[in-house]
Design a binder for this molecule. Structure first.
Ligand code: NDP
Ligand code: MG
Length: 396
């Protein structure tokens, strides 16, 4: 991996105002001798972006919501910081020579173009934005191979698998087992779920995260997206990917090898660990975070996921198995219904119904190009938005 002359890693942190982005900046602040912030980006939270820019003094910031450009530009006018706006600017700045590593921490499909641009410019990627791989994993991984780019996972399960695979031959993987906490509604049945509101679903038992992934965790779509993410990151066949419920969220995932041996990675549920691991890789960085103690956790439990109640997990498996543009359709529909659920415009169980419907209605393509993925995403968003509007009219 390329670093500047002092051995500092120069980072572009895309989505710096989010849950992952702010924690990545905590890691930078704790390791000023290792990291330098070159680029920061936000969508709408101009106040926090300004604060971050004043503190970390990047070379440039990008605010993708154009309407916030002047606020940011004015606030930073006395500092030598370049200010850009709009999504296209993201794909330009990540290609600068002064960037060594790009941390993809934008939420949703919106994170895809800048990651592609960064790979094309041969930047090392630390990837939190799982939707990028869900939507276009085949193309993203192919580009990474062609450009000899490493994609280091930030997602805790994939970081666990990555750590289990250090020193191993990928041909010796029999299967990977993704652990899932089960979210706040573990064990609940449809008669309970029918009444849950966004405020309940936003209370995850173990992790504090952005709103979209927190809802995805409650519906188990998050685990579905993670199956597809694992497939592409580690070059797995569908039948090599399993999910097990582990409510304590201490075992972050496991790899079973061809001799039957299992390796797992454990730790307290704190995203700063996988973020720091990806940013520091191949070095393991020291820290003083709270340590795991067997006195606090006297038992680990495991269970099978309830695919019937949490339909999204079954839909994601179907999308993974069928491939083509189906995961892209599912992802777009999911982004729209989660947004609507957060605004109390659709019910919890309705989310899966709508996603399933959209998956059946958008034409299937077996071998989409990158342009096809963009078109599919757009079409699925339009259709899902219409569907949400209609279902609102019929219910309320
Ligand atoms: P947040 O919602 O907390 O943050 C999202 C970030 O993306 C913010 O900086 C936001 O800007 C920016 N953003 C939102 N929309 C756009 C857009 N259209 N264009 C450009 N930037 C945009 O999300 P998280 O940090 O929770 O998650 C980020 C990614 O990491 C997701 O893909 C998630 O699945 C993944 N991930 C997150 C984990 C977690 O613990 N949070 C764990 C594992 C994976 P602004 O706030 O300024 O509007
Ligand atoms: Mg995860």
């Amino acid at each position: 991996m390329k670093n500047d002359s002092q051995g500092m890693k120069r980072l572009a942190i895309l989505g710096s105002t989010g849950s992952i982005g702010t924690q990545a900046l905590d890691v930078v602040a704790a390791n000023p001798q290792l990291f330098e912030v070159e680029i920061l980006s936000a969508h709408g939270n101009s106040e926090l972006l300004i604060e971050q820019a004043q503190r970390f003094k990047p070379n440039a910031v990008v605010i993708t919501d154009d309407s916030k450009y002047l606020d940011v530009k004015q606030a930073l006018s006395s500092l030598p910081i370049k200010v850009f706006s709009g999504a296209a600017a993201l794909s330009e700045v990540v290609q600068w020579d002064t960037v060594d590593m790009v941390l993809g921490a934008i939420v949703g499909f919106a994170g895809l173009p800048s990651i592609i641009a960064a790979i094309e410019a041969k930047k090392t990627i630390a990837l939190a934005n799982k939707e990028t791989l869900v939507v276009a994993g085949d193309i993203v991984m192919q580009k990474a191979i062609e450009n000899r780019v490493s994609i280091i996972p930030v997602d805790s399960e994939h970081s666990a698998i990555f750590q289990c695979l250090v020193g191993e031959n990928l041909d010796n993987i029999e299967k990977v087992i993704l652990t899932a906490s089960g979210g706040p509604f573990l064990g609940k049945k449809p008669n309970f779920l029918v009444n849950v509101k966004a405020s309940h679903a936003l209370q995850h038992p173990n992790w504090t995260m952005g709103a979209k992934i927190t809802i995805d965790s409650a519906t188990l779509m998050n685990k579905g997206l993670e199956m597809i993410e694992a497939k592409w990151l580690f070059g797995l066949r569908n039948e090599q990917i399993d999910v097990v419920i582990h409510p304590q969220s201490i075992i972050h995932s496991l790899v079973q090898f061809t001799d039957g041996s299992l390796k797992a990675q454990l730790g307290l549920p704190d995203m700063k660990l996988p973020i720091q691991y990806a940013m520091g890789f191949p070095k393991r960085l020291n820290n003083d975070y709270k340590r795991f103690s067997f006195k606090e956790y006297t038992s680990f439990t495991f269970d099978q996921p309830d695919y019937k109640t949490f339909r999204n997990l079954a839909l994601a498996r179907e999308a993974m198995e069928k491939g083509g543009n189906l995961p892209c359709i599912m992802n777009a529909a999911n982004e729209i219904v989660v947004h609507a659920f957060l605004q109390n415009r659709v019910d919890f169980l309705e989310m899966s119904e709508i996603i399933e419907n959209i998956m059946a209605r958008i034409p299937f393509m077996e071998h989409p190009t990158l342009d096809d993925y963009f078109l599919t995403d757009k079409e699925a968003r339009v259709l899902t938005t219409e569907y949400v509007k209609k279902s609102q009219l019929s219910i309320h």
